[in-house]
Design a protein around this ligand. Structure first.
Ligand SMILES: [Fe+2]
Length: 436
């Protein structure tokens, strides 16, 4: 499944092992930071949409045990009795608080015990073995990305808890207005998906050629300021802009602004990690559902891009700015929790794609018009519950990662998906339109 040369690069298997060990240490440090809170905070369910934080913590260790220790290492289960508790498909999130979960101290001890053995497996595994879980360290990429994905989920839980003081903030570069707010992408064939990105998931494969007619796409994600105009214009009270299911959803829930927004006189305020602040107009809007994004786009005389249009706008590279890993450098994108918010529109001119589209990676996940469907020639690997069971017309695709997404868990081919009503995720959008 992996292109070994691409992942090994000049470093060879030893260099790759060192990189994996460093990334494993970094992701664990992150998970422990997000769960550095009192026990009540960790075992409580802050929203029926989310697991208790202590569930996520033990679950990442259990997943690591299943895939690295048992599948690759051939090691006997450490705590077979807890497996069903941490199987994401066995119990829905709303039922998890009533399970006999490991407590915070026990969970930390369990995952650190797993991790010690994982490092032993890493030490002895042959990363040039043709077995697709071993080749290029795929299984380690799998657990690393999985843990970072749960870390982002934990941030969503921390946001829903409205408890201040638990999530650090940071500095971001200033924004700048776009002289040309839309970018034209000419008609033509492009390659969607990948065969070569070593740790890409099955749903990103295989690469395939696709023709798209010419279209326009927004240079930046839609900002809070632009979204406020939709709200002030009565966008939430006018069924013309909404799909019937979206209208019904908004009516039933009394939805009249993004999640976490409230109005005080003429000013919009938001709650961000337990603190209230005025909504900054130049930041990309986040915490909107697919239905809200879709309604805004119709109000603006546009539409959401398809995921193919979104990906083509990236210009056919692993990242819009090229192949360089965004890991250590802040020049290109707002990723990996540099600050606890999206960066203002225009903050990353160096991260533009060859077409000049900006902030495709980082800041906010971007809703697209597409259902989550397999690519032609899709092959399930390594298990059906990662992607296959979600394909169909139930979930809408999101692209590009958010400020909370780690660089090793996103790329231009990366596909995320969620129900069109979900708003607790760090999601916004940009618009597109067809050529006249
Ligand atoms: Fe998981």
């Amino acid at each position: 499944m992996t292109d070994l040369d691409a992942v090994l690069g000049n470093a060879g298997p030893t260099g790759l092992k060192e990189r994996i060990a460093a990334e494993l240490a970094a992701v664990r440090e992150r998970s422990l930071a997000y769960t550095d809170a009192d026990d009540d905070m960790l075992v409580r369910q802050h929203s029926p949409l989310m697991s208790p934080l202590v569930w996520d913590l033990a679950h990442v260790g259990n997943y690591e045990e299943l895939w690295v220790l048992r599948e690759v290492g051939g090691i006997e289960p450490m705590r077979p009795e807890i497996d069903p508790l941490y199987d994401a498909f066995k119990y829905p999130r709303k039922d998890r608080p009533s399970l006999p979960l490991l407590g915070p101290a026990e969970a930390r001890k369990y995952i650190s015990g797993v991790r010690g053995r994982v490092l032993d497996v890493l030490d002895r595994v042959n990363l040039t073995d043709p077995d697709p879980l071993r080749a290029g360290g795929y299984v380690f990429g799998l657990v690393l990305q999985h843990e970072h994905q749960h870390d982002e989920t934990m941030l969503a839980t921390l946001q829903l808890s409205r408890r201040p003081g638990l999530v650090r903030d940071g500095e971001l570069p200033p924004g700048r207005p776009a002289a040309e707010p839309e970018v034209h992408i000419p008609a033509g064939v492009f390659t969607m998906g990948t065969d070569t990105v070593a740790w890409a998931y099955d749903n990103e494969r295989p690469a395939h050629r696709l023709y798209l007619p010419g279209y326009w796409i927004d240079r930046h994600p839609v900002t809070n300021g632009a979204y406020m105009e939709f709200v002030e214009d009565g966008g939430y009270r006018d069924p013309r802009w909404w799909l019937p299911q979206g209208w019904e959803w908004a009516e039933r829930g009394g939805v009249e602004a993004p999640l976490f927004w409230t109005r005080d006189g003429d000013t919009w305020w938001r709650v961000r990690f337990g603190r209230e602040e005025p909504v900054p107009p130049d930041e990309p809007v986040q915490h909107v559902s697919w239905y809200e994004a879709d309604a805004y786009a119709r109000w603006a005389g546009k539409r959401l891009p398809t995921e193919a249009e979104w990906e083509k706008a990236c210009g056919g590279r692993t990242y819009p700015w090229g192949e360089a890993d965004p890991g250590h450098l802040g020049r290109w994108a707002n990723l990996g929790h540099r600050a606890a918010r999206p960066a203002p529109a225009g903050a990353f001119p160096d991260g533009a794609s060859p077409y000049g589209v900006e902030q495709l990676i980082g800041d906010v996940w971007e809703w697209t018009d597409s259902w989550f469907q397999p690519y032609p020639g899709y092959r399930c690997f390594p298990y059906e519950e990662y992607s296959k069971v979600f394909f169909g017309e139930t979930y809408r695709v999101l692209r590009g990662g958010s400020w909370a997404t780690h660089p090793s868990a996103v790329r231009t081919t990366f596909r995320n998906w969620d129900y069109p009503i979900r708003r607790q995720i760090f999601a916004g959008f940009r618009c597109a339109r067809s050529e006249d």
